[in-house]
Ligand binder design. Sequence first.
Ligand code: NOS
Length: 322
Amino acid sequence: MAVTEPKKIIIDTDPGIDDAMAIFVALQSPEVEVIGLTTIYGNVYTTLATRNALHLLEVAGRTDIPVAEGSHVTITKGTKLRIADFVHGADGLGNQNFPPPKGKPIEQSAAAFLVEQANLYPGKVTVVALGPLTNIALATQLEPAFAKNIGQIVLLGGAFAVNGNVNPAAEANIFGDPDAADIVFTSGADILGVGINVTHQVVLTDADREKLARSNGKFAQYLCKILDVYFSYHRDAYSTKGVYLHDPTTLLAAVNPSLITYTEGVVRVQTNGITRGLTILYNKQKRFGEVTEWSDKPTVKVAVTVDAPAVVNLIMERLMDS
Ligand SMILES: O=c1[nH]cnc2c1ncn2[C@@H]1O[C@H](CO)[C@@H](O)[C@H]1O
């Protein structure tokens, strides 16, 4: 049997408790090879995201993986960022005050690193984007061929036909930089968008957490230390007895696409007004008489269903077996 080469992935991340989980699951997934982490603001500011990315790689014993620091401002140079420290703790990792990492990010910016890797392995690199899409939008501006050269962009973002999690209109990653999101969705790259309409189906329960705690898995043990803040946020905000696995679900959609189903259409993002950050998918079922803002824009894939039990099982297995 031919041995298939692992898929090369770059994780663009704002760690973040569920980011930490996604990064660990990726490192435990033989189907993929993590060739770099790029950092962005979102759950924390970019400087802290870089520090946390380096820290998580040190915890994993994978300091061979480069970290490239991303943008500190939005694509329109906006500095008024919305940081979700109330979801993840002030340090982004459950207020554990871990020691600073020994490692440093590489000299290259996240956007330059993304462009370089896409050029180096045309069509072979998947970006798994777990935060606001500023770095990816910058990469498309830095290199017009980026959309063509990148293999796929699997992104966590949007709330398709459901309420957002920042406000009824907007999901956090898209709200973080709506202009960048619109650039990415209309870039022509092969894009799979995974919205919270899908990730809200994937819940880690208290019982799952207890099972993780009882295992000897190194990553399971680490995560159990940082999960408290994330659980209490969900209890307060949603009255759920568990937490949504946004980032690990998106990562697994890249690792094993058969875990989800998707539809195709054109996605545009509202960039101003009270619905700033709203994602609207045009499903092409109606032929509109007039030219619309969706006309002549490239088609993307948007996840519709997920095999939630399989996703939770796979995440648990990989974290416990570490
Ligand atoms: O209520 C929330 N407000 C802001 N960010 C959130 C919230 N819940 C989760 N996330 C973070 O944003 C992404 C999913 O939208 C996830 O990365 C999650 O960590």
